[in-house]
Design a protein around this ligand. Sequence first.
Ligand SMILES: NC(=O)NCCC[C@H](N)C(=O)O
Length: 417
Amino acid sequence: MKTTPISNHSEIGRLNTVIIHEPGPEMENMTPETAHEVLFDDIISLDLALKEHAQLSGVLKKVCPNVLEFENLLADILTDERTKLDLLEAVCQLHQQQSLVDDLMVLEAKPLAAQLFQGTLMVKNNLEKFLSPSRHAIPPLPNAFFTRDAVMCVYDKAIIGSMAHKVRLTEAILLKHIFDEHPKLDSQGFHFDGTRKDNNDVTIEGGDLLVIRDDLLVIGFSERTSANGIDRLAERLSKNKEQLDIVVVELPKIRATIHLDMIFTMLDVDTVMNFAPLITGPNKCRAFHMHCERGEIKHIKEYSGLPKALRNFGMELNFVNCGGEDAFTQEREQWTSGANFFTFAPGHVIGYQHNKATMEALNQAGFEIIDALDIIHDKKTLPNGKAAVAMDGSELSRGGGGCRCMTLPVHRDAVNW
Ligand SMILES: NC(=O)NCCC[C@H](N)C(=O)O
């Protein structure tokens, strides 16, 4: 495959290159007690998760020419000794395990890549370690299959996430090295590198950042992305632009709404999926419009909600309700990642089929519902019109996310607005 430049100017353009990660043994490295510490809602069965994830990768491989695997990309760059040393020093320093660098340097690229996902066990050779509740010196990365969050491709460059929780920082370090070094990715520097933490108040995660158009971003101000982080992004992303508008949505700082993409995803030029209580309902989230010019925030205006703020930019949207019309079902299906769709071409989306009322609402809105296995086994092809591919995901969703969370788009075609 040739080098892919970064080009991601929308949430919906036809997908050419995407990074995903098939979960590995790291996913089972937790107990009911530690699941919450690693940001999972429950312990998960890897066998089930793998079967479900295979549906996502199977569909993506049918619709996208370059589906790249995080672990393979990592193994590729670890064949270079200089990169391997830099990367190991960064990871070991993060976890204050500098003494492990030499031990890890002797591993070959592939087993080392696997080890970095699975973590390294702590040798209990002193009292402090013996008494430590932690089993790992370098912790495993059970969230790594949510490739969305640690890197965001915005326009022609990447942003390396400034992760709100330490358990996800290693992912950002690994992906930063991949974007910096991998010959398949032509990244040309970063808009912002969140692994260079000079300020703990600056947090930014990919689930909160929606690239709507060349001149418009929507960002969640959430448990994971701070006001300080958004200010920093506003300055950096508008640096070389005459103007950039950012609509900020203020999310409740609770587990169900860790990121904006858990309540709002774009499905087509004029259609979005939303969790109505927080986007269109009477108690909807507040929204703020930040207007930026050449690296400066020129003014900020408050709106009663996201729809009104977006109307300002000529976006008259159709809102499909996650969970349909019933408030009880909306709440249940939002929790199981019902609003978290991934759009791989305008009007062509993939999401979890266990969210039945959401799928029904999509069908009512003109989307043909197609089983993921029918696409994978060539029993059906995607129509010219709108379609929602329905995949199994009840196990994956207990990790706290859906199809948008599990995909990191690098290159999309331009959209014909
Ligand atoms: N974009 C997303 O909403 N990603 C889901 C991340 C779930 C993961 N367990 C986390 O809490 O970070």
